[in-house]
Design a protein around this ligand. Structure first.
Ligand SMILES: Nc1ncnc2c1ncn2[C@@H]1O[C@H](COP(=O)(O)OP(=O)(O)OP(=O)(O)O)[C@@H](O)[C@H]1O
Ligand SMILES: [Mg+2]
Length: 475
């Protein structure tokens, strides 16, 4: 798309100008038509007047038997020398009393219309003439009238050159005035559109100053107060707050990951350094290597967890595609319980599985096993020895539900919001003693959300915790 089509200012301007131009043109046209009509009415009125004045020149002769005659001397000089008027006077017997010298031969302006009065038009020397036909015009000269019923028919025509010129002049005046007004209106439109869009430009300038080191959007007051821009400004502020949060959490994740790796790497290094310092007994070497292996295992677990988290997030954001098959939810739970059996047995904890439903859903079994594994691991690790952990499988009309409950210490209210944060441990000393990184719930949440599900906690300090996972059922 070219730039011309994408400029709001241009589009608004074109819209306003086209509307104004149409309006101005329409008004000019109406004005021209009205003026033309008015000028024609005046022209016809003048024609009528002149025809009547011509009829007044017909009088009776002073003979004993008076006849009607026309006083040609009194005919007023033509208004336009170049295009003299045409006239003709006929008495009631059809006798031609007078005719202008320029009356075209054979011109019968209202043929076949009897004695009807009206207007007519003809062309003379290429010029258009407009005429009037007056019938039954009484003879004004009453002296010596023999027949009171004597009446006249008057034909009178004048050139329309001046009328046309007047109409053209009026038209030109209206068009010139319209163009001038259109110019002024366009200037006002340009100014007001520029002014109207100024807050948008200011908002863009403010937005361009936002960067990873400065997340604050200094929105100009006008953009906050402008009705159309307020939602955009609000949306940008909210979006930036979310971005800042995401950025900060990424940074923290990186820092935390580095920190978590630093300790085992340092321990591993010092173990290997002390082994290398001087020759050792075989027993010492074995102990050293075992300690190094333990640290390596811990690092491996961390790296593996980080990788799973990154994958789940990649998948949730849509940048990773997977084809899923329908699986049996119960068997994933059974596998997870079996995997954690040694840990549970070591603490004398009993893990019960309650199947209240047999939901089917499309998922990757390994993903679900990881989620149940993390929840069960927490329940087993944070419960008192010899207690019971219960895993319940149920369903609603749309969701498969898996709940893991324990009789552990519960999670304090101030920690509840943060337990799903990466590297967050509610009680770090306890968690460290249990070997956790604070990534288990973050991974579980990321996976569950990638499937379009949710994970909720119900807990009561001293009475235990229930973690419930909801996953959408297969369609
Ligand atoms: N069932 C539970 N009972 C009590 N506290 C829990 C329970 N589950 C989680 N928590 C608290 O939430 C914190 C976060 O749990 P999470 O599983 O994310 O990390 P972790 O278990 O400490 O480490 P990791 O799972 O990475 O080995 C835990 O440190 C613990 O304090
Ligand atoms: Mg855990």
């Amino acid at each position: 798309m070219n730039k011309r089509n994408t400029s709001i200012r241009r589009r608004l301007l074109i819209g306003v100008l086209v509307t104004q131009a149409l309006l101005t043109l329409g008004l000019a046209l109406i004005a021209v038509l009205l003026t033309q009509r008015q000028l024609r009415i005046s022209f016809d009125a003048a024609l009528h007047g002149r025809a009547m004045s011509i009829s007044a020149l017909v009088r009776y002769s002073e003979e004993t038997k008076p006849t009607l005659e026309f006083d040609k001397e009194m005919v007023p000089p033509p208004l336009e020398r170049k295009h003299p008027d045409l006239y003709r006077v006929i008495d009631s017997n059809g006798r031609l009393l007078a005719s202008s010298s320029n009356w075209p031969a054979g011109l019968d302006p209202v043929p076949g219309r009897g004695r009807a009065a009206g207007h007519w038009e003809t062309k003379l020397n290429g010029e258009l003439y407009r005429g009037i036909r007056l019938v039954n015009v009484p003879v004004l000269d009453r002296e010596g009238a023999q027949n009171a019923n004597d009446s006249l028919t008057v034909l009178y025509a004048a050139s329309t050159v001046e009328l046309q010129e007047a109409i053209w002049r009026a038209g030109a005046l209206f068009v010139a005035a319209s163009i001038l007004l259109l110019g002024c209106a366009a200037a006002v439109a340009v100014w007001s559109i520029r002014r109207g869009l100024a807050p948008l430009a200011q908002l863009a300038t403010s937005a361009s100053q936002v960067s990873p080191s400065n997340w604050e959007l200094r929105a100009p007051p006008e953009s906050v107060d402008t009705e159309e821009l307020a939602p955009l400004t609000h949306a940008m502020t909210t979006m930036l707050a979310k971005l800042e949060q995401a950025f900060t959490s990424q940074r923290e994740f990186l820092a935390d990951a580095a920190h978590e790796l630093k300790t085992p790497v340092a321990i591993l290094k010092s173990t290997l350094q002390s082994l290398a310092q001087r020759p050792r007994k075989e027993e010492e070497y074995r102990e050293g290597i075992e300690a190094a292996l333990e640290d390596t295992t811990r690092m491996e677990k961390l790296v593996h967890s980080m990788l799973r988290l990154a994958r789940a997030e990649q998948w949730a954001s849509g940048s990773l595609r997977r084809d899923l098959e329908e699986i049996d939810l119960i068997s994933t739970c059974e596998i997870s319980i079996a995997n954690l059996r040694p840990v549970a047995d070591a603490r004398g904890i009993q893990v019960q599985l309650c199947r209240e439903a047999e939901p089917k859903l499309s998922a990757d079994a390994a993903d679900l096993e990881l989620v149940w594994g993390n929840l069960l691991d927490n329940a087993i690790r944070y419960s008192p020895a010899e207690s019971t952990v219960r895993m319940t499988i149920g369903r609603t009309s749309q969701w498969a539900e898996v709940a893991v409950s324990d009789k552990g210490p519960g999670i304090p209210g101030d920690q509840l919001e943060r337990i799903f944060d990466r590297f967050h441990r509610a009680d770090s000393s306890r968690a460290r003693s249990t070997g956790g990184y604070g990534l288990g719930l973050a991974i579980a949440k990321a996976i569950v959300e990638a499937y379009g599900g949710s994970i909720t906690v119900e807990t009561s300090v001293g009475n235990g915790t229930t973690m419930t996972v909801r996953l959408p059922l297969s369609a």
